[in-house]
Design a protein around this ligand. Structure first.
Ligand code: BTN
Length: 320
């Protein structure tokens, strides 16, 4: 018996006795008990009450390949090779990077990441069955230059998916943070494999906070879907909506380029016309956020004139 089997048995949020769980899963009470310890280690709220047994308070909304596949649009279904649903991985991006040979359309998602990666070497907090962590492999034929602005365009897909889910006021902070009410709701991390000058594969990683446990240690203002509108916090539906928006965008991006998405990005620019600081390591460049150019670079109006910044390892802060 695996931890996942026991978790599915407890996902209904009801009490189950050790004997009942053992019978359901065809194992001894001792085997059940060992797996219950592992569930506690995942940080899930497992209650045990004498005479009643065990339950996971509030139940669990586990990821289901069938539910996700059933909610994909016909366009998306043709382009998605596999939705690989895992219980626990180090990072879905790392798994996807090791599967780039499977070609475009491989999607990896997991209940938990033990080493989730954020931008600029940060970690991405990824507790079990709480949020969405997904990575998509895509192939592009004309090298890195054709991919300028791709990570910004991915942000648009996430905002569009949120609007489909009923959250219509998400915004984008350059280069690719998804904000709601000024707080971070989702993050995007692109990694590239292959030839920067020729055919290359890109892993597009997205982390969306759905129901972050209380007191999560995150070093910036954040929010989650559950706090915005608990009625839309269905992870399988959200995952399908993200893929329905993202996959067609990836399929068209190389032909269209970022210029085709620029206006839409501008409309979602959270800090438009604000005074901002672009952090370049220890150094900060201050200016007015005038928007992005056709390559997705941020254009600041500084005391020394207009200056354009590319994404990479750069970050942005609002001055007031
Ligand atoms: C950021 O710092 O804003 C980017 C966060 C990206 C997190 C996602 S979660 C799925 C994928 N796997 C990872 O390890 N990181 C990305």
């Amino acid at each position: 018996m695996s931890t996942s089997q026991l978790l599915s048995a407890l996902s209904d949020g009801a009490f189950h006795s050790g004997d009942e769980l053992g019978e359901m899963l065809g194992v001894s009470r001792t085997a059940v008990w060992k797996q219950l310890k592992k569930i506690e280690e995942l940080g899930l709220a497992l209650s045990s009450v004498k005479g009643k047994g065990y339950c996971i308070e509030g139940g669990l909304d586990l990821l289901s390949k069938v539910l996700v596949m059933d909610s994909l649009s016909s366009e998306c279904r043709l382009l998605v090779k596999d939705v690989d649903v895992r219980a626990s991985v180090d990072s879905t991006n790392t798994v996807a990077m090791s599967r780039v040979n499977l070609g475009k359309g491989y999607v990896c998602t997991a209940e938990q990441q033990t080493a989730g990666k954020g931008r600029r070497g940060k970690t991405w907090l990824s507790p079990y069955a709480s949020n969405l962590y997904l990575s998509v492999v895509w192939e592009f034929s004309s090298g890195a230059a054709a991919l300028e602005g791709l990570s910004l365009a991915v942000g648009i897909a996430v905002v569009d998916a949120l609007a489909q889910a009923g959250i219509s006021d998400a915004q984008l902070k350059w280069p690719n943070d998804v904000l709601h009410d000024g707080k971070k709701l989702a993050g995007i991390l692109l990694e590239m494999a292959g030839d920067a000058a020729g055919p290359c594969q890109v892993v597009i990683g997205i982390g969306l906070n759905v129901t972050m446990p209380e007191g999560a240690a995150i070093d910036q203002p954040w929010t989650d879907i559950n706090s915005i509108d608990a009625s839309v916090a269905d992870r399988n539906r959200l995952l399908a909506l993200i893929l329905n928006a993202l996959i067609p965008l990836l399929n068209n991006f190389e032909r269209r380029g970022f210029a085709a998405y620029r206006q839409r990005w501008e409309a979602l620019n959270a800090y438009k016309n604000d005074e901002v600081a672009v952090m370049l390591g220890e150094r900060a460049e201050i200016g007015i956020n005038t928007g992005v150019d056709d390559s997705g670079a941020l254009v600041l109006k500084t005391a020394a004139g207009y200056r354009a910044f590319n994404g990479g390892e750069v970050s942005l802060r609002r001055m007031s």
